[in-house]
Design a binder for this molecule. Structure first.
Ligand code: BG6
Length: 501
């Protein structure tokens, strides 16, 4: 979708705060090792893990070793001498000054020409304090006369817990950093299939002319998961819920890519400006009834031997946190006025899949069906399905005449599967995003105003849920396709929720 695959062209230190955390071991280090395997480092790269507990670099490397794929062991051997650990102690000003000295020592003669990426793989409550400490230690200033000594910060999600906290965090960041130095991550944007949405829309001339309310009946975005509260996530999740954990970020991003206008170029400002316009046109819910009519929140209950949400570790026994949410949303602009956007995500559903279904309008007159054949012949909307994961691909469905004397119509599909055309693994989203941040390419990261606009929409839903008289979450059996009530959101529309088939 974007500029050629990013690679590291200048000496770089990747400084990971939260070195002992799950994300570092599971995603960041394997992404760096895989990037090295793919020969993406054309200049020296050092990785410095920072965390509270005292640990030697050797001991940290040993902890990381099992996270590395056996096939990449030889690259890990090459990289390991450049992987270091720094204990930040009490996190005081002195401790940060010490970190700065340590980074300079590691850089040696390159210390004036080394770029530094600070990746905050931390609890969100630590983002602001860490930025302040880095700034106070003079570690965020880059030298405009030496472009190679850049300083950038990657911030993990969730970016705030509502609009007010996101605004406050943005203010803190902007006190010390220019927007071009800030990389707010949403790993969905690093997925190949997600990047391909824009490529598909804007590199093929046939779909864009019909990409509007004139021809599109509805758009569905579903991100269904079979996972529940594994890996001790119950406590975090219970304070977040599906709306904050998934809708405000991943689903909003998918919505933007499907609905945005063509950008003038693929640079960060052009693409993100178009996404912000979509988010600003997304109608917030005006009052609680509007939310109750158009949003379904659900919670899974025990079934098929699986634990119910309320019995999960870390979850309050009387929690009303939603593990599922389905929304009928509206975008108020010329292109999309009147087209419902159905958004859905949930945990412990029957199947793991993410897809976007664009359903086109049915022809105005149906010549082929008769009452006797209403079932087989019923016109179904043509649909274009972007399968984000798994079984990545694209499907176009249309009606065909069944061979024979009668006029029986059937649905058929044209399909493209990534694995057929592109055998071999795609890089993990984190690899793409890390390399982009090092290369200073921010197109696949969230701009500050974008995060705020997405929170404005999510907050309008929460306001409906916390209003007096709000119905509690409806339940759905673990392993099912979610609450039946969500089907009612399709009222007056052709189509039903996809099944991921
Ligand atoms: C994370 C959420 O951002 O995305 C998780 O916090 C969710 O709850 C995960 O499971 C889904 O990501 P993916 O790439 O597995 O679809």
């Amino acid at each position: 979708m974007l500029s050629p695959p990013a690679s590291v062209q200048v000496p770089t230190q990747i400084v990971i705060f939260g070195a002992s955390g799950d994300l570092t071991g599971r995603k960041l280090i394997p992404a760096i090792v895989d990037a090295a395997c793919r020969r993406a480092f054309n200049a020296p790269v050092q990785v410095i893990g920072v965390d509270l507990r005292p640990l030697s670099s050797e001991a940290w490397r040993e902890e990381l070793q099992p996270k590395i794929a056996a096939s990449q062991a030889h690259i890990w051997q090459e990289l390991a001498p450049n992987v270091h650990y720094h204990a930040i102690g009490d996190g005081s000003a002195t401790a940060f000054a010490h970190l700065r000295r340590h980074l300079d020592e590691l850089a040696g003669p390159m210390k004036h020409v080394v770029g530094r990426l600070f990746h905050l793989a931390l609890r969100p409550s630590l983002f602001a304090g860490t930025i302040e400490s880095l700034a106070n230690a003079g570690m965020l200033k880059d030298d405009p006369l030496r472009i190679e000594s850049w300083r950038r910060v990657v911030i993990e999600k969730p970016f705030g817990t509502d609009l007010a906290t996101a605004q406050w965090l943005n203010l803190t960041l902007r006190r010390h950093l220019r927007e071009e130095q800030i990389y707010r991550i949403d790993h969905y944007l690093g997925k190949e299939t997600v990047q391909n949405i824009l490529a598909f829309r804007f590199e093929n001339a046939i779909f864009e002319p019909i990409w509007s309310s004139q021809h599109v009946e509805s758009v569905e975005i579903s991100v269904c998961e079979t996972l529940g509260m594994e890996s001790g996530r119950g406590k975090y999740y219970d304070s977040a819920g599906a709306l904050r954990d998934m809708v405000q970020n991943h689903l909003m991003q998918l919505l933007c890519l499907v609905a945005m206008e063509p950008p003038t170029s693929l640079d960060a400002e052009s693409v993100r400006t178009e996404k912000v316009k979509v988010l600003k046109s997304l109608e917030s819910f005006e009052d609680p009834q509007d939310v109750w009519r158009n949003v379904v929140r659900g919670q899974y209950v025990a079934a098929g031997g699986e634990t119910g949400y309320l019995a999960e570790d870390g979850v309050a026994g009387d929690s009303e946190t939603e593990s599922y949410v389905a929304i009928r949303a509206r975008i108020h602009n010329w292109r999309w006025a009147g087209v419902p956007f159905f958004l859905r995500t949930g945990k412990r559903l029957h199947k793991r899949y993410s897809e976007i279904v664009v359903r086109f309008r049915v022809p105005p007159a149906d010549l082929f069906s008769g009452p006797a054949l209403a079932d087989v012949c019923r016109l179904r909307p043509n649909s274009l399905v972007f399968r984000i994961q798994p079984d990545e691909g694209i499907r176009l469905s249309f009606m065909v005449k069944q061979p024979g004397l009668g006029h029986i119509m059937r649905q058929a599909t044209l399909g493209f599967d990534y694995k057929d055309l592109f055998p071999g693994d795609s890089p993990d989203p984190y690899q793409r995003l890390l390399l982009d941040a090092v290369a200073g390419q921010a197109t696949l990261f969230i701009r500050g105003d974008e995060a705020e606009a997405a929170w404005r929409f999510a907050d309008s839903i929460r306001a409906g849920w916390t209003a007096k008289g709000a119905p509690p979450p409806v339940t759905y059996p673990s392993g099912s396709s979610g609450p039946e009530l969500a089907d009612e959101l399709f009222h007056g529309c052709e189509g039903v929720w996809g099944t991921g088939a």
